[in-house]
Design a binder for this molecule. Structure first.
Ligand SMILES: Nc1ncnc2c1ncn2[C@@H]1O[C@H](COP(=O)(O)OP(=O)(O)OP(=O)(O)O)[C@@H](O)[C@H]1O
Ligand SMILES: [Mg+2]
Length: 243
């Protein structure tokens, strides 16, 4: 599903170059739920953006669903993203002047579907994130957790097989964050969705079945968790492991 080989990324500021990712190798199977952890500035968001084709690497290869996404031209890459990848961000990134229904449906209009069909799909999506009846609310009329659930519905609107989430629970309290994690986890199980989630939070990471730790531009560790782990116990273990 995802294959990353010798991925490199540097940023240049002034005349100084900073190596953010040195030599990243990683494979992910379809249906894996992976958490990416690491200190602030370790390149987690950079890595996620490269995986989603939002940024370009300096070297190496990233193939998603058998396509080397950085060999595609800009237009092909946009299309590829639209068809295969759903993004979720810490600050939701909903469009403030669109209603919930419009936020979820707008990616769908590019596909040539008719209005009726889109409406039906949006209703189903909103139901799947427990937001029935909120279609006409604007984002400012929703709680943080509800806004993030709209963002999840939007990420799912094109039926992607890969979800890239950057700190999806970063702005939420524990209870609301847990709702979002349970939702991601159930979507992952039900639809065989592959999820790559960047997080600082060991509790959030405990929902993933594999945890990758980035440090100094490299993958420092890559561990798998057993199924059905207790999240609090797992979070404690991870906290020790991270310190
Ligand atoms: N567009 C950019 N130009 C220059 N440097 C950048 C750019 N984007 C990120 N960086 C630098 O790359 C490094 C990694 O950034 P990144 O956002 O990937 O970190 P992160 O692990 O996601 O951190 P955090 O946990 O704080 O979100 C940082 O040192 C950052 O300053
Ligand atoms: Mg980040």
């Amino acid at each position: 599903m995802i294959s990353v080989q010798s991925l490199k990324k540097s940023y240049t500021i002034g005349n100084k170059s900073y190596e953010i990712l040195r030599e990243i190798d990683m494979q992910a199977e379809k249906g894996e739920f992976i958490a990416v952890m690491g200190p602030s500035g370790s390149g987690k968001s950079t890595f996620l953006n490269l995986l989603g084709g939002l940024d370009t690497p300096d070297g190496g290869e990233i193939s998603v669903n058998g396509k080397d996404i950085h060999r595609l031209n800009e237009k092909q890459r946009t299309l590829f993203r639209r068809e295969h990848v759903g993004f979720i961000f810490q600050n939701y990134q909903l469009l403030p002047n669109l209603t919930v229904e419009e936020n979820v449906s707008f990616p769908m209009y590019s596909g040539g579907k008719d209005k009726q069909e889109i409406k039906k799909q949006v209703d189903e999506l909103l139901k799947s994130v427990s937001l029935e009846g909120k279609d006409n609310n604007y984002p400012s009329q929703l709680s943080g957790g509800q806004q993030q659930r709209v963002a999840i519905a939007r990420a799912l609107s094109m039926n992607p097989n890969l979800i890239l989430a950057d700190e999806p629970t970063g702005n939420l309290d524990r209870r609301t964050g847990t709702e979002v994690l349970r939702l991601l986890s159930s979507l992952h199980q039900k639809n065989q969705l592959t999820i790559i989630m960047v997080t600082h939070d060991v509790y959030a990471a405990s929902y993933a079945d594999r945890i990758i730790l980035l440090k100094d531009g490299e993958i420092e560790s890559d561990i798998r968790q057993t199924e059905g782990a207790n999240h609090d116990v797992m979070a404690n273990l991870l906290a020790k492991f991270n310190s």
